[in-house]
Write a new protein. Structure first.
Length: 228
């Protein structure tokens, strides 16, 4: 019966020593890559499939598919775009302009579906999109269980959407504010103490406990998020 009190004491001690918050989001802007580059493993920790770089003024029709920022976007090439991650994510989002209805799925390492997002319109191209639509619609999928794979499906043949400014949120950012702070450490502690639903088993041992609390604290201490 003393374990919860011990956890609280440990948390208080460690929380007092936390440095300024460190960002727990990463972005794919697709800038710096040559037009028509096939995306594979250019970004550390991510492997793309069926993806190609389209540059404004070259292969990208920026009048219909304007980039969310700068000049490059990623497009589906020959089928649904896939992204495999070496470490599970809490959330993935991106800005999409599409010519057909779009579905984005987040799956775990065993290909079990965790989360789905669908486009608000059948077409949101800048000039010929559906009434009320706008280019660069933000789509997000998230799951505390850990997303290991993203599948983005438009046309079965590809060449149906442009993705820009994709953002990845690590599993250590429980409140998805872009940072891992004492607030995230408190949230995982509450789960470990049974004060909130235990959904963030960060090391996959079947329970939320002091190990998971330590993982979040380490991330807040800028030691990296080692959630599996």
């Amino acid at each position: 019966m003393r374990a919860p009190r011990c956890l609280s004491i440990v948390f208080c001690f460690l929380a007092a020593s936390l440095p300024p918050a460190r960002a727990q989001t990463y972005s794919f802007t697709f800038e710096g890559l040559l037009d028509s580059t096939i995306l594979t493993n250019q970004y550390a920790g991510a492997t793309f499939g069926n993806a190609i770089i389209l540059g404004a003024g070259i292969t990208l029709n920026e009048f219909e598919f304007p980039p969310h920022s700068a000049s490059n976007t990623a497009s589906d090439n020959g089928g649904p775009m896939t992204i495999l991650f070496s470490s599970p994510l809490r959330a993935f989002s991106g800005y999409f302009t599409y010519g057909v209805p779009l579905t984005m799925q987040g799956l775990d390492s065993s290909n079990h579906l965790l989360a789905t997002a669908t486009s608000a319109f059948s077409n949101n191209e800048a000039l010929s999109g559906a009434s009320g639509s706008h280019p660069n619609e933000l789509l997000t999928v998230s799951s505390g269980s850990g997303i290991s794979k993203i599948v983005i499906t438009g046309s079965a043949q590809g060449a149906s959407f442009a993705l820009d400014d994709a953002t990845i949120v690590t599993r250590c950012d429980l409140n998805q504010d872009g940072l891992t702070t004492v607030a995230d450490a408190q949230a995982i502690l509450n789960e470990a103490l049974g004060q909130s639903t235990a959904v963030d088993d960060l090391n996959g041992d079947g329970a939320v406990n002091i190990v998971d609390v330590q993982i979040v604290i380490n991330a807040a201490l800028t030691l990296g998020c080692t959630a599996s």
